[in-house]
Write a protein that binds this ligand. Structure first.
Ligand code: MG
Length: 311
């Protein structure tokens, strides 16, 4: 357990200056905003990483802003927020950024009013429809143009869906995807993720996916920074995967912190070309003024609804 006087549980992974950003790295406590990966960083499955709640509530008590990122499009942002809230971290849905939201915003911005066929689950369909995308159930019966086939992690993927995607592409649809994760970690192992659907559709159509919006695409961070209302130099990206969380932060020229509570071990770092600015034993090493936040009471009102109306 950290105390105010304890030695920080983090280390700078690289030298004190980052040539890529051309400036000195501040300390982890100097950021105004914290962009946190969820699985492997805040929780594992249904269990919080020890100290995660205290760290996040402590950051908020210091006036720091926190948002959460996930590549997974199979749950809605409301469901993620409800899970965090149930785990003791009250969170509004707007503070959760997932690949469904980023895809919905991308299509709404770049192709307003477009029509899409979705290889994905209902959470993604709802997010796209909320952004004004017309989602069609069966592109083969419309006799009309489908602009995009949106590919995502889909546990209901079938031959019929594969055929729908093929027919949509034959009539000119473009391929885009929420995320390209090969597998999704679950209790006791892993299950196929969106890469399986992408592989099947690319293989069948002969077309390549032209855009994947999820991590490591820094589009995720642009959306997060928009929510935070902060600049990239003011925020720290925290996650457990070098090839997604940390690479994404590097691409955005942002400061990054790797936590060792997920898939990456300290010895993996020496074998990787992707190097974070900081390595934390866990999210519990993030700074917070613990005296300002106590169980059931927060001087800034986070437990009962923030003064800024964010809850
Ligand atoms: Mg993770």
């Amino acid at each position: 357990m950290l105390s105010l006087n304890s030695r920080p549980m983090y280390s700078k992974a690289v030298s004190n200056s980052d040539p890529g950003r051309g400036r000195s790295c501040p300390s982890v406590e100097d950021f105004e905003g914290y962009i946190l990966d969820l699985d492997g960083t805040v929780y594992r499955g249904d269990k919080l990483i020890p100290g995660a709640r205290e760290a996040i509530m402590g950051l908020r008590a210091m006036g720091k802003r926190v948002v959460f990122l996930s590549n997974k499009p199979i749950q809605s942002r409301q469901e993620y927020a409800a899970k965090l809230t149930k785990l003791g971290i009250p969170t509004p849905a707007d503070d959760v950024i997932n690949s469904s939201l980023v895809m919905a915003r991308y299509l709404a911005d770049c192709a307003p009013g477009c029509r899409a066929y979705v290889i994905g689950e209902m959470a993604l369909v709802h997010e796209l429809r909320a952004a004004g995308v017309e989602v069609v159930e069966d592109p083969t019966t419309l006799g009309a143009h489908v602009d995009y086939v949106v590919i995502a992690f889909d546990r209901t993927f079938t031959y019929a869906k594969l055929n729908h995607a093929l027919q949509a592409v034959r009539y000119g649809a473009r391929l885009v995807a929420t995320n390209a994760d090969r597998t999704c970690p679950v209790e006791g192992g892993e299950i196929p993720d969106a890469a399986g659907m992408i592989g099947a559709i690319e293989g069948t159509t002969g077309l390549k996916v032209e855009l994947v919006v999820g991590k490591p695409n820094p589009m995720m961070l642009q959306t997060a920074l928009g929510r935070l209302g902060l600049g990239r130099d003011q925020c720290l990206v925290v996650g457990d995967r070098l090839e997604t969380d940390i690479l994404m932060g590097k691409k955005a020229q942002m400061a990054t912190a790797l936590v060792l509570t997920g898939v990456t071990r300290r010895e993996d770092l020496s074998r990787s070309a992707i190097q974070p600015d900081y390595v934390l034993d866990s999210i519990a090493a993030l700074p917070c003024r613990r005296r300002e936040w106590k169980e059931g009471f927060c001087s800034r009102g986070w437990e009962s609804g923030g003064a800024d109306g964010r809850l």
